[in-house]
Design a protein around this ligand. Sequence first.
Ligand SMILES: [Zn+2]
Length: 84
Amino acid sequence: MEDNKIKKCCICGREFVGYGNNPDGAAWMDQFGRPQLPEFKEDDVCCDECDGMYVVPGRIYRMRLRQEEAKKAKGEAKNAETAD
Ligand SMILES: [Zn+2]
């Protein structure tokens, strides 16, 4: 059975049994406090712990990042309009 196979978490490297989670969207800070936004392969899976620790917050973080960028782009467009 596919779900009884031992899988290796692509984030922490630990082996686990079960379906695993899609790690897409995971993000974390490195030891210097810089945000890491890794890309994952299609067959990558992560364990439940990393899902809760990096994937769920990472997706929220990336969403906020996109919103900030959109806001910034909008602000810049506005500045360009009023520059003349
Ligand atoms: Zn893990």
